[in-house]
Design a protein around this ligand. Structure first.
Ligand SMILES: [Zn+2]
Length: 165
């Protein structure tokens, strides 16, 4: 699978989302612009996969991600906190827009990332892709204003702290 990265303005949204109307693609661009404007670390770097523009089927390995961004909020001393923004296929071939807060794991068994808050909105029916993307963008922007201390998020989720245990 090949991922291409760059600013959202470089992503071929019409190819990535062949089922979306132009107005939805424009709303995605606008919403991504509001995320860029709110992001203190500068414009967001997006990644996209043309291989996943069409649903690859439920038997395909992993989550078929079409468009995604990873935005670091904190990264020091092997500890980190970051946000993720994904547009992906669910197992039944529905487009899902997801944003999540990920934090470093300090459990005895290393789980890698713990997702301590998330928001999922499937697109389809009354919720257009533009609706879902805008709602996810505004949820993500809310997190920019929230705590940037990984420990705050781990405490909230009752997860182990670094150096404990
Ligand atoms: Zn863990």
């Amino acid at each position: 699978m090949t991922m291409t990265s760059g600013p959202l303005s470089a992503a071929p949204l019409d190819v990535l989302f062949p089922g979306a109307v132009l107005a939805d693609l424009e709303r995605i661009r606008q919403a991504a612009g509001t995320v860029d404007a709110a992001c203190a670390s500068g414009p967001v770097v997006w990644q996209w996969s043309l291989d996943h523009a069409v649903f690859p089927g439920a038997e395909a390995p992993g989550v078929p991600e079409i468009l995604l961004a990873e935005i670091p909020l904190y990264d020091a001393d092997s500890d980190w906190l970051g946000l993720e923004f994904d547009v992906e296929w669910t197992e039944d071939g529905t487009l899902n827009v997801c944003v999540a807060v990920g934090v470093a794991c300090w459990c005895e068994v290393n789980h890698g990332t713990h997702y301590v808050d998330s928001f999922n909105l499937p697109a389809g029916g009354r919720t257009s892709l533009g609706d879902a993307f805008e709602a996810a963008a505004s949820k993500l922007i809310g997190w920019f204003a929230g705590p940037r201390d990984p420990e705050w998020w781990r405490n909230r989720a009752a997860l182990p702290s670094p150096g404990v245990g």
